[in-house]
Design a protein around this ligand. Structure first.
Ligand code: SF4
Ligand code: SF4
Length: 83
């Protein structure tokens, strides 16, 4: 039980995929590789960025650093930080 309680979420992001222009700058800037390109197009015809929620073994989760949101030219990313 104590172990579970310790696994706090540091951060996560929400990407507005219809606002996204598919430039993928956010993918390059995320220090923990938490963003990838979606394989389906949005309504504008771009492959939007997608948050990688599932953390595989050896990967690091989102730390809520907001670098992705800062570089996004479309202001399509909202960052949330855990407690
Ligand atoms: S930086 Fe913004 S517009 Fe560019 S891919 Fe990421 S979310 Fe989309
Ligand atoms: S907030 Fe930081 S760690 Fe989280 S997805 Fe954005 S760039 Fe990556």
């Amino acid at each position: 039980m104590a172990e579970t309680a310790k696994r706090k979420i540091k951060g996560y992001i929400v990407i507005d995929k219809e606002r996204c222009k598919g430039c993928h700058i956010c993918i390059d800037f995320c220090p923990n590789q938490r963003i990838e390109a979606d394989e389906s197009l949005n309504k504008k015809g771009y492959f939007p960025a997608r948050f990688k929620e599932n953390i595989e073994e050896g990967e690091k989760g989102c730390i809520g650093c907001a670098q992705c949101a800062t570089v996004c030219p479309e202001v399509a990313i909202e960052v949330y930080r855990g407690k």
